[in-house]
Design a protein around this ligand. Structure first.
Ligand code: IMP
Ligand code: MG
Length: 178
């Protein structure tokens, strides 16, 4: 069982400052190009909305969703494609935008899936990285924050669909055992 959002881990202003830096880095790395950002629904919606506005290039945005079975605070490791892109990505400079990497299973599935479509380049930008939990090795090109092994909510991240609308990122409080 879990309670609501507790201790704030990353404040709204810290997120905004980091997103601006990521945007600037991507602008430099992709100068003269028109990257396609692929945001992973639904957790990356808020991050991607802020990130595209921090990249002064002719970016486009598309969405994908995957489902991993189970609604608990741990993903099951079984990932499948739920909603596909609406545009072909062959020959495009693609940047996958994800909210968080935990075991790495979701993102490594997505990376492999998109790689088979022959983009010109494929990069990965994640807001949060829970490095200690990694089970599958993934190359991450842009990371917002490395965080400890705690379940977090807010700024798009949910628990059972809730708390995405928090402006800060907070640690999910667990109910004391009965
Ligand atoms: P992975 O496949 O284990 O890397 O899990 C990644 C997915 O699990 C993310 O896309 C999130 O949807 C979810 N997830 C993992 N950790 C958290 C968390 O702390 N808060 C909210 N969602 C999380
Ligand atoms: Mg997610």
């Amino acid at each position: 069982m879990a309670g609501g959002p507790g201790r704030i881990l990353i404040r709204e202003d810290e997120i905004a400052a980091r997103v601006a830096e990521l945007g600037e880095t991507i602008r430099r790395d992709y100068a003269g190009r028109a990257p396609l950002l692929v945001a992973v629904l639904r957790g990356a919606v808020i991050f991607s909305a802020d990130l595209i506005r921090a990249i002064p290039l002719p970016v486009t945005l598309d969405f994908m969703s995957v489902s991993s079975y189970g609604a608990d605070t741990r993903s099951s490791g079984v990932v499948r494609l739920a909603t596909d892109l609406s545009v072909p990505i062959e020959g495009r400079d693609v940047i996958i935008v994800e909210d968080i990497i935990d075991t790495g299973r979701t993102i490594s599935y997505l990376r492999r899936n998109l790689a088979t479509r022959h983009p010109k380049s494929l990069a990965l930008c994640v807001l949060l990285d829970k490095i200690a939990r990694r089970e599958v090795e993934v190359a991450v090109d842009y990371v917002g924050f490395a965080i400890p092994d705690e379940f977090v909510v807010g700024y798009g991240l949910d628990h059972d669909g809730l708390h995405r609308n928090l402006r800060d990122i907070a640690v999910l409080e667990r109910d004391p055992a009965p």
